[in-house]
Design a binder for this molecule. Structure first.
Ligand SMILES: Nc1nc2c(ncn2[C@@H]2O[C@H](COP(=O)(O)OP(=O)(O)O)[C@@H](O)[C@H]2O)c(=O)[nH]1
Ligand SMILES: Nc1ncnc2c1ncn2[C@@H]1O[C@H](COP(=O)(O)OP(=O)(O)O)[C@@H](O)[C@H]1O
Length: 206
């Protein structure tokens, strides 16, 4: 991942940060984007210490690992960024080895991560990620989506809603705001933004 001569990250690929409140529809939109957007996209699979939900697969949705393993890998420097999200004791982190080959191969490597993690990457000068903040329209809609998804306890829903209020304050740090009131529209807007960025990058190299 690190360019041996300059010590900086290679610029052939690009990180794409997709974040925003839990329940805004990030996973739904990213899944569709990977299927429908005609660009060299690659998903970075994060590690987490939370329990898998019904239907989630290790190595596809996340690498589900123990607290001990997570902290061991954290100390070993395996993460590009990692955070305890929602204050419920669950850690999430972007693994360096998940982004390295994609960046070297010129891919747009998608990081679906929380706002703290996004800010940590935006603060690292060696990256110039494309950053998108997905939001649901209203807090009422967010709560409705979290409840109807049916995956969280009441405590987890409350933590997500409280965190959402704080996350909205960082919207200005992102290049693009996507209001996900229609998945079709959100997917096509994001695909269009990524195409424009990819074109710009190609032009600046030629
Ligand atoms: N900082 C960071 N956040 C992550 C990472 N992977 C996932 N997240 C975020 O952790 C939060 C919780 O994710 P998850 O438990 O899957 O719940 P959901 O957002 O309600 O679907 C979401 O905001 C994710 O975007 C990661 O590698 N790093
Ligand atoms: N535009 C939308 N309109 C209505 N429901 C949506 C929309 N996008 C996502 N959802 C639903 O909202 C819930 C949360 O979406 P999800 O993708 O899991 O959010 P996140 O990954 O941001 O936590 C899911 O039940 C999903 O089907």
């Amino acid at each position: 991942m690190s360019n041996k001569t300059t010590g900086s990250y290679t610029t052939t690929g690009r990180l794409v940060i997709i974040s925003g409140p839990s329940g805004a529809g990030k996973s739904t939109v990213v899944r569709r984007l990977l299927d429908e957007c005609d660009l060299p996209l690659e998903m970075s699979i994060s590690a987490t210490t939370r329990e898998p939900r019904a239907g989630e697969q290790d190595g596809a949705d996340y690498f589900f690992i123990s607290d001990e393993e997570f902290q061991r890998r954290r100390k070993a420097g395996d993460f590009l960024e990692c955070k305890e999200v929602f204050g419920l004791g669950h850690w999430y982190g972007t693994l360096k080895n998940q982004v390295a080959s994609g960046l070297n191969d010129g891919k747009l490597v998608i990081l679906e991560i929380d706002v703290q993690g996004a800010l940590a990457i935006l603060d690292q000068k060696e990256f110039s990620p494309i950053s998108l903040f997905i939001q649901p329209g209203t807090m009422e809609e967010l709560e409705h989506r979290l409840r109807s998804r049916g995956t969280e306890t009441e405590q987890a829903i409350t933590a997500r809603l409280e965190t959402a209020g704080r996350e909205m304050l960082f919207l200005h740090r992102y290049q693009h705001e996507i209001i996900n009131d229609s998945v079709d529209r959100a997917v096509s807007e994001i695909c269009q933004i990524l195409k424009v960025q990819k074109e710009k990058q190609a032009c600046s190299k030629s």
